[in-house]
Design a protein around this ligand. Structure first.
Ligand code: ZN
Length: 131
């Protein structure tokens, strides 16, 4: 009986060590995912060639102006284009929204994983308190 309890205890300690190692790993993963998001700015920018409105201009015969950058915004289901100006260059950290969303999904799933592991740790501590 005493031996069984000793084995039981050793198993519990091993399980707890494994859990703590998993938590450490999950924390590192989460930090990395967070670092990848740091300073990023999701921007939807498209470059378009345009006509200028002058009906004597070459652009009326297909030689369009540009390309010029436009910021695309979706507001209340409508797509709005904002002209960014001829000399515009992307700010540091500008990234396509799809890429940003993928990184954000990764971050969130890693945070969820860490929270789940922390939940197991809470349960383990609770169980151990009963002994
Ligand atoms: Zn023109």
């Amino acid at each position: 009986m005493g031996l069984d309890l000793g084995q039981e205890r050793a198993r519990a300690v091993r399980a707890l060590d494994n859990l703590l190692a998993l938590i450490e790993e999950a924390e590192r993963d989460l930090e990395q995912a967070q670092a990848r998001l740091e300073g990023l700015l999701p921007l939807r920018v498209v470059w378009k060639k345009k006509t200028c409105g002058n009906d004597k201009c070459r652009c009326t015969r297909g030689a369009l102006h540009g390309p010029y950058p436009y910021l695309i915004e979706h507001r209340e289901g409508k797509k709005i284009e904002h002209y960014l100006g001829k000399g515009w260059t992307p700010p540091e950290g500008a990234i396509a929204p799809e890429r940003y969303n993928a990184l954000m999904q990764d971050f969130k799933s890693k945070r969820t994983r860490l929270e789940r592991l922390m939940g197991y740790l809470d349960e383990a501590v609770e169980v151990m308190r009963r002994y």
